[in-house]
Design a protein. Structure first.
Length: 150
């Protein structure tokens, strides 16, 4: 279980550093069309736990499969079908990662109109992580999470 938590911290720290812009900005920036800049949003999302909780559309649906807990969902403690619903009480805060850990990850950010999809794969580890963000009222929100670790 500790391995899973450390892995999640590493993933989000890496993504947060890689896609960050000016680290001195406290707030997310808005462009001339009043649309929040995704890179600035994501940096703040992975470094500010209160902001993160504000920017998740709870209940958050997704998939959680962990080879160590096959059959039991670690969020609910129930039988694990892979489908998971997180609430603000069962959510584990996503953290940014340091620069050194980038070597072990393959990640990308893909934009589709008003949606951003962040994909992270372990190069030497059997995990796949997908985050989906939606632009709603010119602000980004996490709306889906898939975490597969086998």
């Amino acid at each position: 279980m500790i391995y899973k938590e450390i892995r999640l911290i590493i993933i989000f720290l890496l993504i947060g550093i890689n896609y960050s812009c000016d680290g001195n900005k406290e707030h997310t920036s808005i462009n001339s069309n009043n649309v929040e800049n995704f890179n600035n949003f994501y940096k703040r999302f992975t470094t500010d736990s209160l902001f993160q909780l504000e920017r998740i559309k709870f209940p958050l649906t997704g998939v959680y499969l962990d080879g160590e807990t096959v059959g039991i969902n670690p969020v609910t403690g129930e039988d694990n079908t892979g489908d998971t619903v997180w609430t603000s009480k069962t959510w584990n805060i996503i953290h940014a990662i340091n620069e050194e850990d980038k070597k072990s990850l393959d990640f990308s950010i893909n934009q589709h109109k008003d949606t951003m999809i962040v994909l992270t794969k372990g190069i030497d580890y059997g995990f796949y992580f997908e985050e989906k963000y939606l632009l709603y009222n010119n602000k980004w929100y996490l709306i889906y999470l898939k975490d597969i670790s086998l």
